[in-house]
Each structure stands twice: as structure tokens, then as C-alpha cells.
Design a protein around this ligand. Sequence first.
Ligand SMILES: [Zn+2]
Length: 318
Amino acid sequence: MIRSPFPTRPSIRFLFLSLSAALLAYVVVPSAAAQSCGSQGVAAQVLGSGGPELQDKRASSSYLVWQDGRARVLVDAGGGSALRFGQSGAQMSQLDVILFTHFHVDHSADFPALIKSSWFEDRNRPLPIYGPPGNDFMPATTEFVPDFFGQKHGVYRYLSELLVPGEKGSYKMLLYNVAAGASPLTAFQTGDLALSAVRVVHGAVPALAWRVELAGKVIVFSGDTNGEGDGLPRLAANADLFIAHNAVPEGAAGLERRLHMPPSVIGEIAAGAHVKSLVLSHRMLRTLGKEPQTEAEIRKRYSGPLTFANDLDCFPLK
Ligand SMILES: [Zn+2]
């Protein structure tokens, strides 16, 4: 007979320890709890505060704009952000619109996961999706979405009912390329929500910065940009909240500088645009740990409130 390695009657002490461990696990595991950001008024929530590197242990770029308990605008959907979306308590059926700044993987990879999740919800109105036009190097918004969900060639063509007119889906995605220049272009306006964009320079990638105006509050998302040109300062004018991407440290050169703005440029734009508060996101391994230097560079130019973002941080607009 094989002897069990376990005692046939666990001791009281063993039971007590097991029970304590179970209770402790219950207490410390964060719940995918009820939504708490933006339950009253307007708030911006950071779903993903990281860049493309998984070792930053952050979701990639993504943001929500909340109003009175409803997630109204989603900006970008980088890898990991679909999980954060669920953790935030948001529902796809709440969104008025999805905005893309550009289609790098770390800004768009979780988009199909969000759309699949929406299939299980009760969404009955169209879902407008706005993003940049394309070039030889990157798809336009009107190609990017059909590349996933198009009837013939989409990799997830089994969900084409959410895109293709005439199919039986409960709602349809509506796609728009926003051909903005340096002057803010209003892409969407309905009721108390207005969305405008400018083109920004991000290497050879067609890219937009977005301004969300909701119930008199203004949130501006830089997206990825090297900060060249006067479009972004104009778009950010007098914003209540400016969310800028801290992807490179001061002194960056070469490709990374052609793609991204260093802290001195972020500070210049924030100061020139008279933004009321600044949040730094898209934090990468090359900027994480350099917050004191980053803040010092920004402080030479901009003196308002400054926060380094973490995933799920919520910024209510008073
Ligand atoms: Zn990018």
C-alpha cells in the first residue's frame, strides 16, 4: 500500500493557516471592480501608461474620457489596454467614439479584442472610429479596420457583421480618415462633445494629436510626436489637461528623437499653450527612473501641476 504524503486528518493548525491564506488572498487581490473614475463630471483615465516594451510592466498607450459614470471616448488601444478597459469598469456600449492617433502596434494592437468584447454587449448604435489617413508605409483608418474585419480579406472576417453594411450585426463601425493639417480640424461634434485634431510629426508615420472638449472641459492627447511644428501648441491651447508622451529622455538623438519629443519640448509646448495641468505617459525603459531629470527639464519652462502616469490613474477635471 502506498502511503499518502498527506495526513488523513489535517491538523487544526493547518486548517487555520489555509483559511488565513485564503482570506488574505481575498483581501489583497484587486477586484475588477465597479467603475470609479469619472462617476461625477468629466475625467480622463490612463488605461495604458507604457510604450511598446513589455518589460515596463505597463499596458501600452490608451486613454478613456469619462462623463458621469459613462466612458464616452477611447483614444488608442495599445497592447494590454483591453484588460485595463475591463478593469476600469467601462463598457464598449458606452462609447460615443474611438480615436486613433496612429497605427503603431503599441497604440492599436488591442483594438480587435475590444471589438470582440463588444459583440457580447447590447450596443445598438453605430460606433464611429476616427484616425489618420495612410501612406505607403501605414494603412489609413479606412484600411486598418477592414484589415481586421473586412468580409473577404479581414483576418477576423468572422466578425464582419460589425463592419459590413447589410450584414446582421447589432451595430456597425463607421470609419473616417482625418486629413488634418497644422490648424485644428473639427472631426466630430454632437451635443456637448467636440473632437478636433492636428497632424503631428512622428517620423514617417501619419499621426494625429487629439483635443477632446466635453461639457466645457478640454483634454488634449499629444499621441506620439517629435514636437515639430505649431499644430500641437495650437491644439493644446488652454487645455485643462495635456497628456504628453514621455518616450525619450533629454539628450535623445537619432531615430528616437525623430520620433519623439524630449522633456524640454514637452515643457515648451505645455507652457506656450498655457495648459492647466500636465500628465506624462507612454513611459518607456529609457525614461523610467529618470523622472527627476525629466521633471527638472520641464520645470525650466512650465510651472503648473505635473504627474507621471500609471495604468488606471484617473484625472477628474474640476
Ligand atoms: Zn508611435
